[in-house]
Design a protein around this ligand. Structure first.
Ligand SMILES: [Cu+2]
Length: 407
């Protein structure tokens, strides 16, 4: 606690102890005495104040949202947030979460019992850290509007506030286009953005899962360009009129590959070896496009090898991840003997060993791009798409291991 606030508090205590009438607060930092129980002496142990309260739909989990804020405790004793609820049916329930790193360094959310607010101090709930999770979120969770929420503190009791709901963590500048981008393109998108900006364009990428992005665009999330890691989501977006159907382009392709920790500790010499009992494998979950592609390829391998190949291989799977990044980082750490990811992921992780999947047993994954029908900056959206399809844009993508697009 800084000295000024301490002095202010002591002054307030003196004033309250000395007279029965509420007195004007001596400092803007201290809650108005009108809100303090006049009979309380000393002042309430905990005086909670919340500010910068906002929320957004989760860019990763389709039916979830999150709330963030700064909680101040101007009181003399530590307090803790123990529960929260939304005033309307916007959220099935509101959970207290924190974000931590798993053993491979990937961000994972875990529920916490309470959020501590130190006496005279504050705690910030923010993306990538502590947050309140709205799950499931309903259509009443409307970006652009306010949502009343109630916070319950162990000592201060109920504190009501309103979260300003929006789509973006960081507002995209008016002159910049916003591109909904799948996680598989994270590194390539950064390089594309740099090259596009060097050419005079302005672009911001919203990273997330393609099915979630498609749903949020349907809900009215503002943006200019949709890049999809799955043809299915792009087709559905076109059918629903969310993107301009005759301007959908396949700007890059990819295939799947098996990655192995350096030195191949599982001694995996062939695709058939993946079904050998005792191995540990990590693949993508069926909720994300790469997980669906993995399932398709495993079906082809099963048809070729027979003998319960796919079932035996799946019995070796120790975890299914919501994207390629966690698979790559866990294989780098040797947490499993093999993983299945995109060829482009292996290209940017040269320290890993690989096992190729022949074209006839593989599939050609198409990454598609299209302007949103409701693009805010349609001319700039078109410029970006032209850039991605240009010789320069294609060279950037291929340096990240992507195969050429289809004109
Ligand atoms: Cu969460």
């Amino acid at each position: 606690m800084n000295l000024f606030r301490l002095l202010s508090l002591l002054l307030l205590i003196t004033l309250l102890a000395g007279c029965a009438q509420p007195t004007a607060a001596p400092s803007a930092d201290v809650q108005s005495p009108a809100e303090v129980q006049p009979t309380a002496a000393p002042v309430a142990a905990s005086q909670i104040r919340v500010e910068t309260v906002w929320g957004r739909p989760s860019p990763m989990i389709a039916d979830a949202g999150a709330f963030y804020m700064i909680i101040h405790n101007d009181g003399l004793e530590a307090d803790r947030l123990i529960s929260a609820t939304a005033a309307t049916s916007a959220c099935g329930k509101v959970e207290l979460h924190t974000t931590t790193q798993d053993s491979a360094g990937n961000s994972v959310m875990v529920p916490v019992e309470a959020i501590d607010v130190p006496a005279g101090g504050s705690v910030e709930l923010k993306p990538g850290g502590l947050h309140l999770m709205c799950t499931p979120r309903s259509a009443d969770f409307k970006p652009g509007q306010g949502l009343d929420i109630e916070l319950t503190f162990e000592k201060a009791g109920l504190v009501a506030t309103t979260a300003a709901l929006r789509w973006e963590a960081v507002p995209v500048p008016a002159e910049s286009i916003k591109v909904f981008t799948p996680g598989a393109l994270t590194e390539a998108a950064k390089a594309l953005g740099k090259a596009f900006q060097a050419a005079g364009g302005k672009v911001a990428f919203e990273m997330g899962h393609s099915p979630t992005h498609r749903m949020q665009i349907a809900e009215g999330a503002p943006g200019d360009v949709f890049i999809s890691a799955s043809e299915k989501d792009m087709t559905e977006a076109a059918t629903a009129g969310l993107v301009i159907a005759d301007q959908v382009h396949t700007f890059a392709t990819n295939r799947l590959i098996v990655i192995l920790p350096a030195g191949n500790p599982g001694n995996i010499q062939s695709l058939e070896d993946l079904a050998r009992s005792g191995l540990k494998l990590i693949i993508a979950a069926p909720e994300v496009p790469v997980g669906k592609y993995t399932d398709t390829v495993l079906g082809k391998l099963d048809a070729k090898f027979g003998g319960g190949y796919k079932d035996n291989l799946l019995a070796n799977v120790i975890s299914k991840e919501l994207g390629v990044a966690p698979i790559v980082s866990k294989i780098k750490l040797g947490e499993a003997d093999a993983g299945i990811v995109y060829v482009s992921d292996a290209t940017i992780a040269p320290e890993l060993d690989t096992l190729l999947i022949p074209d006839e047993l593989n599939l050609l994954v198409k990454f598609t791009i299209a302007p949103l029908s409701a693009a805010r900056l349609p001319a700039d959206a078109q410029k970006f798409i032209d850039f991605v399809m240009s010789v320069e844009g294609q060279a950037v993508l291929q340096s990240f291991g992507f195969l050429p697009g289809i004109k």
